[in-house]
Design a binder for this molecule. Structure first.
Ligand code: NDP
Length: 251
């Protein structure tokens, strides 16, 4: 039920953090994985890690907020693998400032990276995903549910990710494509390393509010991603599943 061979997956931001852990989960379940990012060193290291235990992975350097680059990326992946069954829209960034201090350029950077990229990649993947029925997984956040005063653009983008998920799920169900979101809690990655430095008291607040009593690890996301990529979730679509150690249900 969870076996992914001979499926092909593409993970944006699959060269680090949560994306790499999800890519590893998909490879371990038998998928061939295309990992996408901008940093060539991280891409190289990711493919090395993913293929170490016999898995199949290939790196693609692309800025997923750039329309031309995204079209070329999916053409290349289709040429290389001959199919695409699973898309994980995971690439993301954050600029932490209160809204009154945020420039339009900063707003656009966050929205383009987190939300417009998901639109561009989903649209480019559609003709491939619909060939055999496919799986699309978008990565949201606790800020898909809650507001964060220090992350207005990020919160808007992650709220948008959930609504985009629902729109795609309803639109593409007849094509046999299931579209779901994962909402990670606070996960220890490069992204949140900066947050701990920038937001006073954040570390203590998160541990205190998370019933599991710890930050998440990137590997904590892999199981839910494999479920949503596999036949086990064929009647699951339009959902947004928190993977957060209980953060979102704590009063
Ligand atoms: P990282 O910073 O570790 O990873 C982000 C990844 O996105 C990098 O691999 C980066 O690759 C890639 N990326 C960023 N911009 C672009 C772009 N324009 N084009 C292509 N790739 C890009 O962060 P996380 O692993 O923590 O975050 C992954 C996702 O999870 C994000 O969507 C984030 O918002 C979300 N998330 C994270 C949480 C956390 O606590 N860590 C909590 C909730 C959600 P490169 O550097 O090569 O461009």
């Amino acid at each position: 039920m969870f076996q992914l061979a001979p499926k092909t997956a593409l993970v944006t931001g699959g060269n680090g953090g949560i994306g790499l852990a999800i890519a590893q989960g998909l490879v371990d379940a038998g998928a061939r994985v295309a990992v996408v990012g901008r940093n060539p060193d991280k891409l190289r290291a990711a493919v090395e890690a993913l293929t170490r235990s016999g898995g199949q992975a290939q790196a693609y350097q692309a800025d997923v907020s750039d329309e031309t680059a995204v079209v070329a990326l999916f053409d290349q992946v289709a040429a290389d693998f001959g199919r695409l069954d699973i898309l994980v829209n995971n690439a993301g960034t954050n600029i932490r400032k209160p809204v009154q201090d945020l420039s339009l350029a900063e707003w656009n950077t966050v929205l383009d990276t987190n939300l417009t990229s998901a639109f561009l990649c989903s649209r480019a993947a559609y003709p491939l995903l619909r060939q055999r029925g496919g799986k699309l997984i978008n990565i949201g956040s606790m800020t898909s549910i809650f507001g964060a005063s220090f992350a207005p653009a990020y919160s808007a983008s992650k709220g948008g990710i959930v609504q985009l998920t629902r729109a795609l799920a309803t639109g593409w169900a007849a094509d046999g494509i299931q579209v779901n979101a994962i909402l990670p809690g606070w996960i220890d990655t490069e992204l949140t390393l900066n947050a701990r430095a920038q937001v006073a008291g954040l570390d203590e607040r998160i541990v205190a509010r998370t019933p599991a009593g710890r930050w998440g690890r990137p590997e904590d996301l892999a199981g839910t991603a494999v479920f949503l990529a596999s036949a086990a979730s064929d009647f699951v679509t339009g959902t947004a599943i928190p993977v957060d150690g209980g953060y979102s249900v704590q009063a």
